[in-house]
Every structure is written in C-alpha cells, then in structure tokens.
Design a protein around this ligand. Sequence first.
Ligand code: PGA
Length: 255
Amino acid sequence: MEGRKPLIAGNWKMNLDVGDAVDLARSIVESLKGRTDRDVLVAPPFTILPAVRDAVGSRNVFLAGQNMHWEMKGAFTGEISGRMLQGVGCTHVILGHSERRTLFGETSAMIDLKVKSAALLGLIPIVCIGESLEEREQGRTFEVLEEQLNGSLQNFRADALMPASTILAYEPLWAIGTGKTADPGQAQEVHAFVRGWIEKTFGGAPARDVRVLYGGSVKPSNISELMSMPDIDGVLVGGASLKADEFIPIIHYQE
Ligand code: PGA
C-alpha cells in the first residue's frame, strides 16, 4: 500500500429510504470513534444526501454522488451537476460505474467530460473500469481496461497530469452483485496493471499516490485477503454496504 490510506466506500445505488439511511450513517459514525487509519465514504441516492450529510455531521465520513452531469447547469431534465453535489456536502463523485455504462449507455467519452468537470470543481472523481466475463474469457481484460482508462481520462492525458487525489475503481462486471469475487491474486494482477498504466502515462508520482479500489461482491469474509494485496488500496462495496452488520466489519477489517 506504500503510504496510501485505505478507503472503504459504500455505493448504496438506488436503495434505502431516508430513515434507514440515517440510521446506517449514524452507526457507521459511531463505529469510527478514534479510528483514523482509514477513510470511509458513502454514496447515497441524490434525494437523501442532505439527511445523510446531517447524520454524518463534521465526522470523518466522506459523501459522494453516484453520478453527475458534466455541465454546471442548464436544460438537462433529470440530471444533477457537480456543483449541486457539492452544495449538499459531497466531496467525491463516482463516475462511469458499470451500471451507468451498460444500462444507461455512458461512453468513456462522456465519462471523460464528467471527470474534467469534477476536477474543475475540486470534486474528487472515483472512476470505475471493468471487463465483462466474455471479455475476460477472450483474454481481452487488459486491452479493455486500457481502452476505458485512455478514454475516460483523456483530458488528464492531454494535460499529462493526473491529480494525486484521483481514485480509480476496478470492478469486474462478472463480480458485481453476483456473489462471485475476483480472487485476490486475480484482482492484484489487474491492480498492478492499472498502476503500471498510470506510471507509463503520467509518471511515478501519481502511480505512487493514486488509490485503486477493488469492487465486486466484497464482504466481511473476503475483505482482509483483498486488502492484503500490495496494489489494492480500498474497496467499493455495493450490496454489503447497505447493512450495518456487514459494512461495519468491512470498514474495521484487519489484515
Ligand atoms: P456489489 O457491488 O458489492 O454488490 O457487488 C459493487 C459495486 O457495484 O460497486
């Protein structure tokens, strides 16, 4: 991990009503008392962000949007801007989640616009990449990931600059919500590839500092082994982040 602080992030997707979300946020905050050796983040649905922000208060739980539009404002029915996310307390935003890419037709070019907009605002992007089962079986994993990285971070490449705060998340599509986790060795292999890509594209400093998360069926029983891998700097948790009795043990994993 070489000095990169672990980040445990919960992606609540389109789940939880306001009451359950506030209870969960309070339990997380309560469990974190005195704990400073890891960062914790939750990404609630847009409409409950203010309530979760109030429950979290000034405590050390970061808030993220699950998506945003690249424009600051305007006639974009149904969309939310990065500035609006900041207005309700978000410091981070998840971009290019595979559900956005596959179910809502987001391309790497669109994600690139969003990353650029987030970076302009000072909102930290968590940029997701991942291959499908078919692509893995065809031996195309690295090719697909490189294409997604090149496309989604085109603006950073044009400036030859990747901010150290940028976060990447490797989420193999075949492991999301399936109960099937990439085995730690498999995940480490990809994370090392991603770090190598950062180094070759942006140089040694971002390759050392940028955190690369793993996502896909992370649970209390596999977190420790995943986090023991040298290039896995944290996790993006879906299903298991919705229940205190699963997410809190994940947050407090021990290597
Ligand atoms: P999962 O989702 O933990 O439910 O597999 C992960 C994600 O989509 O971020």
